[in-house]
Design a protein. Structure first.
Length: 282
């Protein structure tokens, strides 16, 4: 019998099975995409994981929780005239369903954000139970979806704490680069504090290595160190560096629509299957 090929993580590569269709929808599992370092693939992963999970018949809501609004731009939705997550945080009387916009992907919706969100921490700092405001917003729409993905800003401030408090799980995209690795310990410490004080049910769903380039010794060494440090928490799926991701972002669509046959699209389909097989997604 031929030995299975070894993947970038040093473990035998597996092809996860396609998930069975769901008989009904909701309530959603909420997953926060979190890393205080910028440029590690949080938004790219939110867009493309959301799109591939929707391909498998799940109803997905992506929440742009970054004032830069990159998720909104990457999905081609309006983040200026429409209601945004900032409006919902500040006005509890608003119905979150009025802020939900459809994307070009069937089954994938989005709540947009723009630069106004940068003022949210100042406005929320004196609120009662200020860490739980996003959770109260998402509770009103959770029954309509199978998965809610929150794309966080590169910070460990009040907005990120809100996202972690609202979530059932957290996914950490980690660039295969030394300085990105250094910040994971601080992020894990923040997650543990949230678990201890605000959200005991929060789980670390996995660490996703992104922007991997097997041709460089540095990337291979970082991968080895990540796996040695975090073990099975590191997902088997690895996102490789490719120009297709920025090209798809410019087009305002997921890479699965921009280049459906490209290896990058299959990578995110595999990620969706792996997370479903792990129970992180229904």
């Amino acid at each position: 019998m031929e030995a299975p090929s070894v993947g970038p993580t040093g473990r035998p590569e597996r092809d996860f099975p396609s998930p069975a269709p769901l008989k009904s929808h909701g309530p959603a599992r909420i997953v926060t995409m979190c890393n205080q370092k910028g440029g590690v693939g949080k938004t790219t992963t939110t867009i493309n994981l959301g799109a591939t999970v929707a391909e498998y018949g799940r109803r997905v809501l992506a929440v742009d929780f970054d004032p830069q609004g990159a998720l909104s731009a990457g999905l081609g939705v309006d983040n200026h005239e429409a209601l945004t997550i900032y409006d919902l945080l500040l006005n509890p009387r608003l119905d979150p369903k009025e802020a939900i916009q459809q994307t070009t992907v069937e089954g994938l919706d989005v709540i947009a954000a723009n630069i106004d969100l940068s003022a949210a921490e100042v406005h929320l700092v004196n609120e009662v139970a200020r860490e739980q405001i996003l959770a109260r917003v998402l509770r009103k729409v959770a029954d309509d979806y199978d998965l809610i993905l929150i794309d966080c800003q590169p910070s460990l401030g009040l907005l990120t704490v809100n996202a972690l408090t609202a979530a059932h799980g957290v996914l950490i995209p980690l660039e295969s680069e030394y300085f990105a690795l250094r910040g994971v310990a601080l992020l894990k410490e923040t997650i543990e504090k949230v678990q201890d004080r605000l959200n005991p049910a929060l789980e670390l769903d996995g660490i996703l290595v992104t922007m991997f380039d097997a041709r460089t010794l540095h990337a291979r060494e970082v991968m080895e160190r990540v796996v040695d440090t975090f073990g099975d928490t590191v997902l088997e799926t690895v996102v490789r560096r490719t120009v297709k991701f920025p090209d798809a972002s410019v087009a305002g669509i997921p890479v699965t629509q921009f280049a459906p046959e490209h290896a990058a699209s299959e990578t995110y389909r595999k990620l969706a299957r792996e997370l479903i097989s792990r129970g992180a997604i229904a």
